[in-house]
Design a protein around this ligand. Structure first.
Ligand SMILES: [Ca+2]
Length: 216
């Protein structure tokens, strides 16, 4: 009986050590925690902030137009060099990033006025901001239905890097033209490999059963 319990605890430990597949790694994914107003040029991990503070008026958290909760991001594209970003540098190990299939999603809204556009980038990176692949695209006023929230989504495989990549940066950048966009509910999560966890569990239970059978 003791052996069986020990096997069970061992299996629990292994499963607990496995990456939490499917969890959204973006902190404050709905812009509910970030203080309303123009985003600070604070940098750092796991925060929404603006790079190059001189252009920070392009990026604000506001309470008027939102998909969920009380707040959403407002992007004004007139200042071309603004970049907003968050990343998961403090939360992930390289083994939880590299080679994994990642799924991303965010929702965007515009009133359709102007000719503005911006880019989104999901970058596989590290503490030195050495980026290696990911996903990117361009959002244009003409590509959206005005006054309607539209979901942008896709997936990609995170590149293996040397040195290891343990960050997933989510950027909004490449502003041009003059329009206002709103962004809410940003998601970035790993896509579980079909049956991988189940196969591992079955293999371990099978091994435990094999041990029990051979002790009789
Ligand atoms: Ca929100």
């Amino acid at each position: 009986m003791k052996k069986t319990i020990r096997c069970f605890l061992g299996l629990s430990g292994v499963l607990a050590m496995m990456p939490a597949m499917g969890a959204n790694v973006i902190v404050d994914s709905g812009f509910e925690v970030t203080t309303a107003g123009i985003l600070p040029d604070s940098g750092g991990s796991n925060v929404w902030s603006a790079f190059q503070g001189g252009f920070s008026g392009s990026l604000a958290v506001q309470e008027t137009i939102k998909l969920s909760g009380a707040q959403a991001l407002e992007i004004t594209t007139a200042n071309e060099f603004a970049i907003i970003y968050t990343n998961t540098g403090l939360n992930l190990a390289a083994s939880e990033v590299e080679g994994m299939t990642w799924s991303y999603s965010f929702w965007v809204y515009t009133d359709g006025v102007g000719d503005g556009q911006f880019d989104y980038q999901i970058l596989v990176s590290n503490e030195l901001n050495q980026d290696a692949g990911g996903a990117s695209g361009t959002i244009t006023v003409g590509g959206l239905t005005p006054n309607t929230w539209t979901e942008i989504s896709g997936d990609f495989v995170a590149a293996d890097g040397d040195p290891d990549k343990n960050r997933m940066k989510f950027n909004f950048t490449g502003f041009s033209g003059s329009s206002t966009f709103y962004v809410d509910d940003v998601s970035l999560s790993t896509v579980p490999e079909p049956g991988a966890a189940g196969m591992l569990a079955a293999a371990l239970f099978g091994w435990a059963g094999f041990r029990r059978r051979h002790r009789r």
